[in-house]
Design a protein around this ligand. Structure first.
Ligand code: SF4
Length: 199
């Protein structure tokens, strides 16, 4: 599967300290998408699931968040990844999708069904710029934070009472804003970066 980035120590995309992976490729092209750099496929960024698991062994974390791009475009590999994350690390796996859960179930795909049955949370639906929202984990009001594992219902209800946060991560000369930005933040960051010498 193609992976755009992996960061550890992230607190803005789920409970505790998390590893966040971004898959590459998305067919939606929502206006105002907060991660346009992950919308396109790139064969150079191909990685095996086993290789990703080996990298995860280098980190200490409470949960894993998988965003994109559209993770479900990689459903076969994603199923293996979910299976191995559960086996080796944690079942607190949160996945973002631009598809609604109804659209995912309608695909009647055994890998997708396995994923939905085995993750803690699905944040579903595309980003809709005209419906901006300030709730943690989601960018627009149409998106739903669906707790798929009852064990995580209370912990995520508590987590969602907090104010929206983002993490700033510097990688080389690039600065990444990790999390779902509050309204206006994306523009402010772009201006800040244009004024500085960040790429
Ligand atoms: S579904 Fe998500 S990644 Fe795809 S274009 Fe929309 S906001 Fe961007």
């Amino acid at each position: 599967m193609q992976i755009g980035n992996i960061f550890s120590g992230i607190s803005s995309l789920g409970i505790g300290s998390r590893v966040v992976l971004w898959t590459l490729g998305c067919l939606k092209h929502c206006p105002g998408c907060i991660s346009p750099e992950y919308q396109f496929f790139d064969k150079e960024k191909e990685r095996s699931v086993e290789d990703i698991i080996e990298e995860l062994k280098e980190y200490k974390f409470d949960g894993v968040t998988i965003s994109g791009g559209e993770p479900f475009l990689w459903s076969k590999e994603l199923k293996e990844l979910v299976k191995l994350i559960k086996k080796n690390f944690t079942d607190d796996i949160l996945i973002y999708s631009g598809y609604t859960i109804e659209e995912l179930y309608a695909k009647n795909d055994k890998d997708i069904n396995y994923i939905l049955k085995n993750i803690a949370v699905l944040v579903d639906g595309p980003f809709v710029q005209s419906q901006l929202d300030n709730v943690l984990l989601r960018g627009s009001k149409n998106q739903r934070i669906l707790v798929m594992n009852p064990k995580y219902l209370k912990p995520y209800q508590e987590y969602l009472k907090q104010e929206k946060v983002v993490n700033l991560v510097k990688q080389g000369r690039a600065m990444y804003v990790i999390g779902v930005p509050i309204e206006g933040m994306q523009d402010a960051m772009m201006s800040l970066m244009e004024e500085s010498d960040y790429e």
